[in-house]
Design a protein around this ligand. Structure first.
Ligand SMILES: Nc1ncnc2c1ncn2[C@@H]1O[C@H](COP(=O)(O)OP(=O)(O)O)[C@@H](O)[C@H]1O
Ligand SMILES: [Mg+2]
Length: 235
């Protein structure tokens, strides 16, 4: 099978699962309308809505996955702390179940990056930290720098990732079996998108398992004046 066939067959499978469920619940309601009580009807409609949302999210992710390899990023001098603060502000509302803490180096390290895509990276990692950990736990974003690099970590107190999945989690559509993966929605594309974007900005991403939880580590070269001379668009 070529990579393209592989991609199509995975996508078809991912689309078929929610569609089958939507059709199934709609058919049941149509054929047995009078026999189903109102409570069950409401439950069925909730499932249909949930699965439709899952489809929309999936299609959006698939579109961005197909675009990303050819997408041009606009690299500019970008303040890492500003990008983190605005991301965390948005996510604090969405995940008010979790404690999201920023622990940043006040020296405001700057890197050469596309600020919108940088925020997408932080959203993916912080969302994962919240999705794969229990409510009332803490997700911490740390930044520090030396005179060459800026280092950002996103650490959670969640279910953790076994080292054997180290390569797998960054592949398209890979979701790891854990008690929270089946409870949360996801397409398994977030980390693939995150890694691709990070590398397009000359960065690196890796993760480590902790005694309790996971820490994702990002490393970007510090902005330096010679970057001005480089082309501001990377492919
Ligand atoms: N912080 C984390 N803690 C535990 N597992 C994680 C974490 N981040 C990602 N994973 C695992 O890696 C898989 C891939 O992540 P991702 O590409 O973001 O996909 P999604 O979140 O849509 O499932 C997840 O399904 C999950 O099993
Ligand atoms: Mg994710």
């Amino acid at each position: 099978m070529t990579k393209q066939d592989d991609f199509i067959s995975t996508v078809s499978h991912e689309l078929r699962t929610p569609l089958t469920s939507i059709r199934g619940f709609a058919q049941t309601m149509l054929s047995s309308w009078d026999k189903i009580d109102d409570n069950s009807k409401k439950k069925f409609l909730e499932i249909i809505e949930q699965q439709s949302n899952r489809l929309i999210h999936l299609v959006e992710n698939i579109l961005s996955v197909t675009k990303i390899p050819n997408e041009d990023l606009v690299l500019k001098k970008t303040n890492i702390n500003t990008a983190i603060f605005s991301t965390v502000q948005i996510l604090k509302q969405k995940y008010n179940t979790h404690n999201i803490v920023i622990n940043s180096d006040k020296t405001n390290p700057e890197i050469y990056a596309d600020s919108e895509k940088l925020q997408q990276i932080f959203i993916n990692l912080i969302e994962n930290g919240c999705k794969y950990s229990e409510p009332q736990t803490t997700v911490t974003v740390n930044t520090k720098s030396d005179n060459q690099y800026v280092y950002i970590t996103v650490q959670d107190e969640g279910v953790g990732i076994s080292e054997e999945y180290a390569d797998k989690i960054f592949e398209k559509f890979s979701r790891i079996d854990n008690p929270l993966t089946s409870k949360t929605q996801g397409s398994g594309l977030g980390l693939y998108i995150t890694k691709t974007l990070t590398e397009k900005m000359n960065g690196e991403i890796s993760f480590k398992s902790l005694e309790k939880g996971t820490v994702f580590e990002l490393k970007f070269p510090q902005y330096n004046i010679e970057d001005h001379a480089k082309c501001s668009v990377t492919h």
